[in-house]
Design a protein around this ligand. Structure first.
Ligand code: UD1
Ligand code: CA
Length: 482
């Protein structure tokens, strides 16, 4: 690809995107975990251009900050008034110092499905054919709103692009459209932009007019037809945003499946571009894999699970779970109905079972928290079992405190560990204990009220009740039947 390394890629992202009806600038809307402009910048980077310039205008500060934050190395050019795509490219070239020799690729900031491979192929065609400009076109089922590609009837050569609003009825029947993606000779582009006029229905400087200008000056104008028209889908409203999400999601899941991942029902699984998989991972229906999430070899996730920035170790099982910034170790078992919050680290073969919530907790190898518990701000060693319905009482109303439990401990059901507190290796605690003091290694801690039985209480206080009758019958039976 570096053989056709462009001098610059210009991304057009100054428009407001009124049809989104949003406070968020259009190009910052997200598809599969990445902004629209982020997708375009990522594809553009695959060309390895010397310069990458994004033209910003509407909400320039917000879009600029997003780019600086996530896409270091991109430059921005400010277009104060959106006077058209030609005007926008002119401003980008000014930012680059006007005389750009070599290829300049122009893309719109609202086409998130455009792949680096398609851009690379366009740059290659442009170079191989020695064109002054090569436009990426596509045959679409409905060309409404797009610029139409006008070809010479005899030779088939592209003669011009006519915007929908400026097209004749006959031109509007053309289904080959301008994708908005071009490769230009930098210097010819700069010269031609100086000649673009604004005598069109929108009173704007159209970048598309450059084609006709270059052709009339005797330069080679070429076109490259995209294999899949869906790749150039431009997002103007939220229906198209959802459609782009669906198509990209499908593309990502197909890549995963071809790499050896089982996706039981792709239509019910949502995945971000930053998710990665090892072979033989299985994804069950109703699962969302978001952010930098990784599924290890042979792991099984879902159904009905949402993982964000979470890694799942090889062979782990995660069922009906919500996890955010958690690390799930190899062969660990999570859920059904678990909630793993940031900072949860589950060791190899450990367990966070049913109705278990964890936060900022490190759980050792083989350690189990099987039922109905909250484990917050804790470190638990290896091969320990935490009884059902235990709570790590980490918050005193002012600050959070830490609980440490050793290895090979057996803590009883319905324990409260009032932090800060430490339970030593091999210790036991009795069911129903409120553990407020450290428990030495190997001890049994009992911290609960003594049981007292008041005999005959039901007969005295609830005479004649069903309970009293049952008790009386039980007393008459020989004790062996109890
Ligand atoms: C444009 C093309 C059309 C093509 C379509 C593909 C022109 C004149 N028309 O039309 O041929 O079929 O894209 O989707 O080029 N922008 C700026 N500054 C401006 C104007 C636009 O940065 O002054 C940016 C927008 O933010 C957007 C892109 O350029 O990312 C395209 O602008 P838009 O208004 O969406 O153009 P279309 O009418 O869709
Ligand atoms: Ca558009």
């Amino acid at each position: 690809m570096s053989a056709n390394r462009p001098a610059a890629v210009v991304v057009l992202a100054a428009g407001e995107g009124t049809r989104m009806k949003s406070k968020t600038p259009k190009v910052l809307h997200e598809v599969c975990g990445r902004s629209l402009v982020g997708h375009v910048v990522s594809a553009a980077r695959e060309l390895d251009p010397e310069h990458l310039v994004v033209v910003v205008g509407h909400a320039a500060d917000q879009v600029g900050a997003h780019l600086t934050d996530r896409y270091a190395g991109t430059r921005t050019a400010f277009q104060a008034e959106q006077n058209g795509t030609g005007h926008a490219v002119r401003i980008a070239l000014e930012e680059l110092g006007q005389s750009v020799s070599g290829t300049v690729v122009v893309v719109c900031g609202d086409t998130p499905l455009l792949s680096g491979a398609t851009l690379t192929a366009l740059a290659a065609t442009h170079a191989a054919d020695g064109n002054a400009v090569t436009v990426l076109t596509a045959e679409v089922p409905d060309a409404t709103g797009y610029g139409r590609i006008v070809r010479d009837a005899a030779t088939g050569a592209v003669t011009a692009i006519v915007e929908h609003k400026d097209a004749t009825a006959e031109q509007r029947t053309v289904r080959e459209i301008n994708s908005g993606v071009f490769a230009f000779d930098g210097q010819l582009l700069a010269d031609a932009l100086g000649k673009v006029r604004t005598d069109n229905s929108q009173g704007e400087e159209y970048l598309t007019d450059v084609l006709g200008i270059l052709r009339e000056a005797g330069h080679r104008v070429g076109a490259s037809v995209a294999d899949d028209h869906r790749e150039i889908l431009g997002i103007n409203n939220r229906v198209q945003l959802a459609e782009a999400r669906r198509l990209l999601n499908q593309r990502l899941l197909e890549q995963a499946m071809l790499a050896g991942v089982t996706v039981v029902d792709p239509s019910s699984v949502l995945v971000d571009v930053t998710v990665s998989f090892e072979p033989d991972a299985v994804v069950h229906p109703g699962t969302q894999l978001l952010g930098v999430t990784h599924l290890g070899e042979g792991s099984e996730v879902g159904p009905n699970t949402r993982l964000r920035d979470t890694s799942v170790g090889a062979g782990a099982r995660v069922d009906n779970t919500v996890a955010d910034r958690a690390e799930i170790g190899p062969e660990a078992s999570v859920g059904p109905f678990a909630y793993l919050r940031p900072g949860t680290r589950l060791g190899t073969k450990s367990k966070a079972g049913t109705y278990v919530e964890m936060k900022n907790a490190t759980i050792g190898e083989g350690t189990k928290v099987p039922h109905l518990s909250y484990v917050g701000d804790a470190t638990i060693g290896d091969y320990t079992n935490i009884g059902a319905a235990s709570v790590f009482v980490n918050y005193d109303g002012e600050a959070k405190h830490h609980t440490t439990i050793g290895s090979h401990c057996k803590t009883g059901s319905d324990n409260m560990f009032v932090a800060p507190v430490t339970v030593g290796d091999g210790a036991y605690t009795a069911a129903g204990s409120v553990i407020t003091k450290d428990v030495p290694a190997g001890s049994l801690a009992v911290a609960r009220g003594q049981q007292r039985n008041i005999e005959g209480w039901v007969a005295r206080k609830r005479p004649g009740s069903a309970a009293a009758q049952a008790a009386a019958a039980a007393v008459e039976k020989p004790s062996g039947d109890l």
